[in-house]
Each structure stands twice: as structure tokens, then as C-alpha cells.
Design a protein around this ligand. Structure first.
Ligand SMILES: C[S@@+](CC[C@H](N)C(=O)[O-])C[C@H]1O[C@@H](n2cnc3c(N)ncnc32)[C@H](O)[C@@H]1O
Length: 168
């Protein structure tokens, strides 16, 4: 964080967020302060959030199952409830499991599989170029691959009949 944590702007930010209907105004203010490089940028971020943009799109990331997942504009914000799905997938996946994250959005599910299942082999796919670009930032540095196209169509042929875990 580049701003002083005792920044005098904090109460004003909390009030602006609360007036805009943010239930967790204090927590959000902390995240916005952390994300901003200076007071001018902080003002822009608070304005975006107060204007109704999801917090995750304002700061550019979401906390998902303990991972910081990049979320670009126009890409679906991974939901808390999806953590349950991913928890189940992780519990079912043996080490080295071949996994597919279909309609992956940000690739949050695939990223968690890669971080929680030893030697998991993860392929993610989405039809939206923005989602694919975002998923590449979350999945490929962790060792997975991301493909662009309709449902199963873009997946490599060699996966046919060998997928052990499918999350969607
Ligand atoms: C509700 S989002 C869910 C994203 C992700 N699974 C998650 O839980 O965060 C649905 C995603 O499905 C993608 N999608 C919709 N139709 C698709 C299709 N025919 N083939 C591949 N992806 C598709 C969208 O682009 C979007 O990213």
C-alpha cells in the first residue's frame, strides 16, 4: 500500500461507500485504499465503486477459495457459492487428475484445482476472448492451459475419454 494507513480520507471514503449502499463499507474502503497508488486514483476507484461497479472489477481481483484471482472488466466475478463446487472437485481429484474447467470465466476453478491437487493437469475453456485472456493470467502461471471456443470444441483431441474431473 502506497498510502498512509492512517489516511485522513478513510472516514470520507467509508461515508461515500455507505451512502452508495455498500454494506461492508469499512472493509471495502480498506481494499480500495490498498489498491490505489495515490489520492487521485483512490478518488477514481471510490467513484467507480459508489457508481455500482462490482468491487472486484474496481480493484481487479477477487478472493476465491483463498486465491487472489484476477478479474478483468467484462469477466464474470467468481462467486462464493462456486467455492463449494470447487471444494467437491478438489476432494474427488486424485493427484495428477486430468481436469477440465468448462465455461471457465476467470479460470478461478481451474486455478484452485492447480493449487490444491498435486500435479493436476488442468485445461480451461471459454468462448469469450476477454474471459480467455483473463483465465490465461490465472491458470497458465499455475501450469494449466486455456483454450478459446464453444464448450468442448477447443479442447485438445487427446483429452477425449480421459477427463477425470469436469467443473462447470
Ligand atoms: C456465469 S460465467 C461462470 C464462469 C466461471 N465458471 C465461474 O464460476 O466463475 C459463464 C461463462 O460461460 C462462458 N460461456 C457461455 N457460453 C459458452 C459456450 N458456449 N462455450 C464456452 N463458454 C461459454 C461465458 O463466456 C462465461 O465466461
Amino acid at each position: 500500500m502506497s498510502l498512509d494507513p492512517t489516511v485522513s480520507l478513510r472516514p470520507t471514503i467509508v461515508s461515500r461507500l455507505r451512502a452508495a449502499g455498500c454494506v461492508f463499507a469499512e472493509d471495502e474502503a480498506e481494499l480500495l485504499i490498498e489498491a490505489a497508488r495515490d489520492a487521485a486514483e483512490l478518488d477514481v476507484l471510490v467513484e467507480r465503486r459508489a457508481g455500482g461497479l462490482p468491487l472486484e472489477h474496481v480493484v481487479g481481483w477477487a478472493d476465491f477459495a483463498g486465491l487472489r484471482i484476477a478479474v478483468d472488466p467484462g469477466v464474470f466475478v467468481p462467486r462464493r457459492r462456486t467455492e463449494f463446487l470447487v471444494e467437491r472437485a478438489v476432494a474427488l481429484a486424485a493427484p495428477g487428475a486430468l481436469c477440465v474447467d468448462l465455461c471457465c470465466g476467470s479460470g478461478a476453478a481451474g486455478a484452485v484445482l492447480l493449487s490444491a491437487v498435486p500435479d493436476a493437469r488442468v485445461h480451461a475453456a471459454d468462448i469469450e476472448p476477454a474471459a480467455v485472456r483473463c483465465a490465461r493470467r490465472n491458470v497458465e502461471p499455475r501450469g494449466g492451459r486455456v483454450h478459446e471456443g464453444d464448450l468442448f470444441a477447443p479442447l485438445p483431441d487427446e483429452l477425449r475419454g480421459r477427463v477425470e474431473i469436469l467443473v462447470a
